[in-house]
Ligand binder design. Sequence first.
Ligand SMILES: C[S@@+](CC[C@H](N)C(=O)[O-])C[C@H]1O[C@@H](n2cnc3c(N)ncnc32)[C@H](O)[C@@H]1O
Length: 261
Amino acid sequence: MTGIAPLTSPWPTEREVADEVPIGVDPDRARRALEEVPLWFHTFCLNRDHDLYTPGQARDHGYRLASIPESFEGLSVLDVGAFDGFYSFLAEARGASRVLAVDNEQYIDWVAARWGVRLAGGEGFRAIHELAGSRVEYLRSDAFALEDLDERFDFIFCFGLLHRVENPLGLLRVLAGRLADGGRMLVETYGVPGDRGGTDGALYVPAPGDVYERDRFVYWQFSSGALANLVACADGTRFRLHGTPLVDGHPRIIGVAARPA
Ligand SMILES: C[S@@+](CC[C@H](N)C(=O)[O-])C[C@H]1O[C@@H](n2cnc3c(N)ncnc32)[C@H](O)[C@@H]1O
Protein backbone atom coordinates (compact mmCIF):
# COMPACT_ATOMS: atom_id res chain seq x y z
CA MET A 1 0.00 0.00 0.00
CA THR A 2 1.42 3.41 -0.91
CA GLY A 3 0.85 7.05 -0.12
CA ILE A 4 0.92 7.41 3.69
CA ALA A 5 2.65 10.79 3.99
CA PRO A 6 3.29 12.86 7.12
CA LEU A 7 0.70 15.49 8.03
CA THR A 8 1.88 18.98 7.04
CA SER A 9 0.09 22.30 6.69
CA PRO A 10 -1.13 24.27 4.82
CA TRP A 11 -3.83 21.78 3.96
CA PRO A 12 -5.78 21.68 0.73
CA THR A 13 -9.02 23.68 0.76
CA GLU A 14 -12.41 22.00 0.97
CA ARG A 15 -12.86 22.41 -2.79
CA GLU A 16 -9.41 21.01 -3.55
CA VAL A 17 -10.34 17.98 -1.46
CA ALA A 18 -13.65 17.68 -3.35
CA ASP A 19 -11.77 17.79 -6.68
CA GLU A 20 -10.17 14.45 -5.70
CA VAL A 21 -13.51 12.80 -6.59
CA PRO A 22 -14.21 14.00 -10.12
CA ILE A 23 -17.93 13.66 -10.86
CA GLY A 24 -18.39 16.11 -13.73
CA VAL A 25 -22.10 15.82 -14.54
CA ASP A 26 -24.25 17.95 -16.79
CA PRO A 27 -24.84 21.32 -15.02
CA ASP A 28 -28.66 20.98 -15.06
CA ARG A 29 -28.45 17.58 -13.40
CA ALA A 30 -25.99 18.95 -10.88
CA ARG A 31 -28.27 21.90 -10.04
CA ARG A 32 -31.24 19.55 -9.55
CA ALA A 33 -29.23 17.47 -7.10
CA LEU A 34 -28.19 20.61 -5.23
CA GLU A 35 -31.85 21.56 -4.87
CA GLU A 36 -33.08 18.11 -3.92
CA VAL A 37 -30.74 17.44 -0.97
CA PRO A 38 -31.68 19.70 1.97
CA LEU A 39 -28.27 19.53 3.71
CA TRP A 40 -24.86 18.30 2.63
CA PHE A 41 -22.23 17.23 5.13
CA HIS A 42 -19.46 16.69 2.56
CA THR A 43 -18.32 18.98 -0.23
CA PHE A 44 -18.47 17.29 -3.65
CA CYS A 45 -17.41 18.70 -6.98
CA LEU A 46 -20.38 18.16 -9.28
CA ASN A 47 -19.06 20.21 -12.18
CA ARG A 48 -15.77 22.06 -11.84
CA ASP A 49 -16.07 24.10 -15.06
CA HIS A 50 -19.41 25.49 -13.86
CA ASP A 51 -18.20 25.91 -10.29
CA LEU A 52 -20.92 23.56 -8.99
CA TYR A 53 -19.97 22.20 -5.57
CA THR A 54 -22.19 20.89 -2.77
CA PRO A 55 -22.18 23.29 0.21
CA GLY A 56 -20.75 20.81 2.73
CA GLN A 57 -21.09 21.65 6.42
CA ALA A 58 -17.92 19.75 7.37
CA ARG A 59 -14.99 22.14 7.52
CA ASP A 60 -11.31 21.78 6.76
CA HIS A 61 -11.08 18.12 5.84
CA GLY A 62 -7.87 18.94 3.92
CA TYR A 63 -5.60 17.73 6.73
CA ARG A 64 -6.92 14.20 6.25
CA LEU A 65 -5.73 13.86 2.66
CA ALA A 66 -2.05 13.34 3.56
CA SER A 67 -3.04 10.25 5.55
CA ILE A 68 -5.10 8.66 2.77
CA PRO A 69 -3.35 6.32 0.33
CA GLU A 70 -3.05 7.66 -3.22
CA SER A 71 -3.96 4.24 -4.56
CA PHE A 72 -6.63 1.81 -3.35
CA GLU A 73 -6.06 -0.40 -6.41
CA GLY A 74 -7.71 -3.77 -5.81
CA LEU A 75 -8.46 -3.14 -2.14
CA SER A 76 -11.70 -3.81 -0.31
CA VAL A 77 -12.70 -0.84 1.83
CA LEU A 78 -15.10 -0.28 4.72
CA ASP A 79 -16.18 3.30 5.52
CA VAL A 80 -17.85 3.37 8.94
CA GLY A 81 -20.04 6.38 9.77
CA ALA A 82 -19.94 7.39 6.12
CA PHE A 83 -22.65 10.13 6.11
CA ASP A 84 -22.65 11.49 2.49
CA GLY A 85 -19.87 9.01 1.71
CA PHE A 86 -17.08 11.27 0.49
CA TYR A 87 -14.36 8.84 1.65
CA SER A 88 -16.16 5.85 0.12
CA PHE A 89 -16.35 7.59 -3.24
CA LEU A 90 -12.72 8.71 -2.91
CA ALA A 91 -11.57 5.13 -2.33
CA GLU A 92 -13.60 4.01 -5.34
CA ALA A 93 -12.15 6.82 -7.50
CA ARG A 94 -8.67 5.68 -6.40
CA GLY A 95 -9.23 2.11 -7.55
CA ALA A 96 -10.86 0.18 -4.69
CA SER A 97 -12.45 -3.02 -5.97
CA ARG A 98 -15.15 -3.09 -3.30
CA VAL A 99 -16.43 -0.37 -0.97
CA LEU A 100 -19.01 -0.76 1.77
CA ALA A 101 -20.33 2.44 3.38
CA VAL A 102 -22.09 1.99 6.73
CA ASP A 103 -24.06 4.53 8.75
CA ASN A 104 -26.80 4.24 11.36
CA GLU A 105 -27.99 7.74 10.36
CA GLN A 106 -27.65 9.06 13.89
CA TYR A 107 -26.88 12.35 12.14
CA ILE A 108 -30.61 12.84 11.47
CA ASP A 109 -30.96 13.91 15.11
CA TRP A 110 -27.94 16.18 15.40
CA VAL A 111 -28.47 17.76 11.98
CA ALA A 112 -32.01 18.68 13.11
CA ALA A 113 -30.72 20.03 16.43
CA ARG A 114 -27.75 21.97 14.97
CA TRP A 115 -29.16 23.28 11.71
CA GLY A 116 -32.92 22.81 12.02
CA VAL A 117 -33.00 20.64 8.87
CA ARG A 118 -35.01 17.42 8.80
CA LEU A 119 -33.20 14.76 6.74
CA ALA A 120 -34.79 11.44 5.79
CA GLY A 121 -31.35 9.79 5.84
CA GLY A 122 -29.00 8.80 3.02
CA GLU A 123 -30.19 11.41 0.50
CA GLY A 124 -26.75 12.99 -0.07
CA PHE A 125 -25.14 9.57 -0.48
CA ARG A 126 -27.83 8.39 -2.92
CA ALA A 127 -27.57 11.58 -5.02
CA ILE A 128 -23.79 11.24 -5.44
CA HIS A 129 -24.07 7.48 -5.98
CA GLU A 130 -26.39 8.08 -8.91
CA LEU A 131 -24.52 11.06 -10.38
CA ALA A 132 -21.17 9.24 -10.20
CA GLY A 133 -22.58 5.90 -11.46
CA SER A 134 -20.95 4.41 -8.36
CA ARG A 135 -20.79 0.76 -7.27
CA VAL A 136 -20.28 1.62 -3.58
CA GLU A 137 -22.70 -0.38 -1.42
CA TYR A 138 -24.58 1.45 1.34
CA LEU A 139 -25.73 -0.30 4.49
CA ARG A 140 -27.94 1.49 7.02
CA SER A 141 -26.66 -0.21 10.13
CA ASP A 142 -25.08 0.38 13.47
CA ALA A 143 -21.32 -0.08 13.35
CA PHE A 144 -21.52 -2.59 16.23
CA ALA A 145 -23.62 -4.90 14.05
CA LEU A 146 -20.57 -5.33 11.78
CA GLU A 147 -19.44 -7.94 14.31
CA ASP A 148 -21.82 -10.34 12.54
CA LEU A 149 -20.65 -9.48 9.03
CA ASP A 150 -18.92 -12.35 7.27
CA GLU A 151 -16.42 -10.15 5.45
CA ARG A 152 -12.98 -8.63 6.07
CA PHE A 153 -11.51 -5.51 4.54
CA ASP A 154 -8.04 -4.36 3.49
CA PHE A 155 -8.71 -0.82 4.59
CA ILE A 156 -11.14 0.77 7.06
CA PHE A 157 -12.01 4.44 7.39
CA CYS A 158 -13.09 5.23 10.96
CA PHE A 159 -13.44 8.98 10.54
CA GLY A 160 -15.35 11.35 12.79
CA LEU A 161 -17.01 8.48 14.65
CA LEU A 162 -15.13 7.29 17.74
CA HIS A 163 -16.08 10.33 19.85
CA ARG A 164 -19.75 9.73 18.93
CA VAL A 165 -20.14 6.18 20.26
CA GLU A 166 -20.80 5.26 23.87
CA ASN A 167 -18.33 2.37 23.77
CA PRO A 168 -15.24 3.41 21.77
CA LEU A 169 -13.11 0.44 22.91
CA GLY A 170 -15.91 -1.93 21.85
CA LEU A 171 -16.12 -0.23 18.45
CA LEU A 172 -12.36 -0.51 17.88
CA ARG A 173 -12.58 -4.21 18.79
CA VAL A 174 -15.41 -4.80 16.31
CA LEU A 175 -13.58 -2.94 13.53
CA ALA A 176 -10.25 -4.63 14.25
CA GLY A 177 -12.11 -7.91 13.81
CA ARG A 178 -13.16 -6.83 10.31
CA LEU A 179 -9.57 -6.13 9.16
CA ALA A 180 -7.93 -8.61 6.80
CA ASP A 181 -4.38 -9.76 7.62
CA GLY A 182 -2.05 -6.91 6.67
CA GLY A 183 -5.01 -4.49 6.63
CA ARG A 184 -5.03 -0.94 7.97
CA MET A 185 -7.54 1.16 9.82
CA LEU A 186 -7.26 4.93 9.56
CA VAL A 187 -8.78 6.51 12.66
CA GLU A 188 -9.73 10.18 12.90
CA THR A 189 -11.58 11.60 15.86
CA TYR A 190 -11.96 14.48 18.30
CA GLY A 191 -8.80 15.38 20.21
CA VAL A 192 -7.73 17.36 23.27
CA PRO A 193 -6.23 20.86 23.20
CA GLY A 194 -2.44 21.18 23.05
CA ASP A 195 -1.75 17.48 22.33
CA ARG A 196 1.89 17.09 21.30
CA GLY A 197 1.79 13.32 20.89
CA GLY A 198 2.59 12.46 24.52
CA THR A 199 1.99 9.07 26.08
CA ASP A 200 -0.26 9.95 29.02
CA GLY A 201 -3.69 8.43 28.50
CA ALA A 202 -5.85 11.47 29.22
CA LEU A 203 -9.46 11.17 28.07
CA TYR A 204 -11.84 14.14 28.29
CA VAL A 205 -15.59 13.92 28.68
CA PRO A 206 -17.18 17.13 27.44
CA ALA A 207 -20.51 18.37 28.79
CA PRO A 208 -23.48 17.68 26.46
CA GLY A 209 -23.60 20.28 23.70
CA ASP A 210 -20.22 21.77 24.67
CA VAL A 211 -18.25 20.71 21.60
CA TYR A 212 -20.91 21.53 18.99
CA GLU A 213 -23.88 23.59 20.09
CA ARG A 214 -27.04 21.48 20.58
CA ASP A 215 -25.21 18.30 19.45
CA ARG A 216 -25.47 15.87 22.39
CA PHE A 217 -23.70 12.97 20.66
CA VAL A 218 -20.07 13.96 21.36
CA TYR A 219 -19.03 11.90 24.40
CA TRP A 220 -15.21 11.78 24.29
CA GLN A 221 -12.07 13.72 23.46
CA PHE A 222 -8.99 11.52 22.93
CA SER A 223 -5.38 12.38 23.62
CA SER A 224 -2.72 10.59 21.53
CA GLY A 225 -1.86 8.41 24.52
CA ALA A 226 -5.50 7.48 25.15
CA LEU A 227 -6.09 6.52 21.52
CA ALA A 228 -2.87 4.50 21.34
CA ASN A 229 -3.82 2.65 24.54
CA LEU A 230 -7.35 1.97 23.29
CA VAL A 231 -6.05 0.57 19.98
CA ALA A 232 -3.59 -1.63 21.93
CA CYS A 233 -6.44 -2.87 24.18
CA ALA A 234 -8.66 -3.52 21.17
CA ASP A 235 -6.35 -5.61 19.00
CA GLY A 236 -2.85 -5.53 20.46
CA THR A 237 -1.45 -3.50 17.57
CA ARG A 238 0.37 -0.17 17.65
CA PHE A 239 -1.29 3.10 16.75
CA ARG A 240 0.90 5.29 14.55
CA LEU A 241 0.03 8.93 15.10
CA HIS A 242 -0.12 11.12 11.99
CA GLY A 243 -1.13 14.40 13.61
CA THR A 244 -3.10 16.37 16.16
CA PRO A 245 -4.22 19.42 14.16
CA LEU A 246 -6.47 22.23 15.32
CA VAL A 247 -9.22 22.30 12.70
CA ASP A 248 -11.67 25.19 12.50
CA GLY A 249 -11.03 25.74 16.23
CA HIS A 250 -11.45 22.06 17.12
CA PRO A 251 -8.60 19.71 18.20
CA ARG A 252 -8.57 16.57 16.08
CA ILE A 253 -6.40 13.47 16.03
CA ILE A 254 -5.57 11.14 13.15
CA GLY A 255 -3.43 8.04 12.82
CA VAL A 256 -3.33 4.46 11.61
CA ALA A 257 -3.62 1.01 13.19
CA ALA A 258 -2.19 -1.86 11.16
CA ARG A 259 -2.87 -5.57 11.48
CA PRO A 260 0.16 -7.81 10.96
CA ALA A 261 0.22 -9.70 7.62
C1 LIG B 1 -19.40 13.44 12.10
S1 LIG B 1 -20.03 12.31 10.99
C2 LIG B 1 -18.58 11.83 10.13
C3 LIG B 1 -18.83 11.54 8.66
C4 LIG B 1 -17.58 11.09 7.92
N1 LIG B 1 -17.10 9.80 8.41
C5 LIG B 1 -16.50 12.11 8.04
O1 LIG B 1 -15.62 11.98 8.92
O2 LIG B 1 -16.50 13.07 7.27
C6 LIG B 1 -20.33 10.87 12.02
C7 LIG B 1 -21.14 9.82 11.30
O3 LIG B 1 -21.16 8.62 12.07
C8 LIG B 1 -22.47 8.11 12.09
N2 LIG B 1 -22.60 7.26 13.29
C9 LIG B 1 -22.62 7.65 14.61
N3 LIG B 1 -22.72 6.58 15.41
C10 LIG B 1 -22.76 5.49 14.60
C11 LIG B 1 -22.86 4.09 14.84
N4 LIG B 1 -22.92 3.60 16.08
N5 LIG B 1 -22.89 3.26 13.78
C12 LIG B 1 -22.82 3.74 12.51
N6 LIG B 1 -22.72 5.06 12.22
C13 LIG B 1 -22.69 5.92 13.25
C14 LIG B 1 -23.37 9.36 12.09
O4 LIG B 1 -24.67 9.06 11.68
C15 LIG B 1 -22.59 10.24 11.10
O5 LIG B 1 -22.95 10.00 9.78
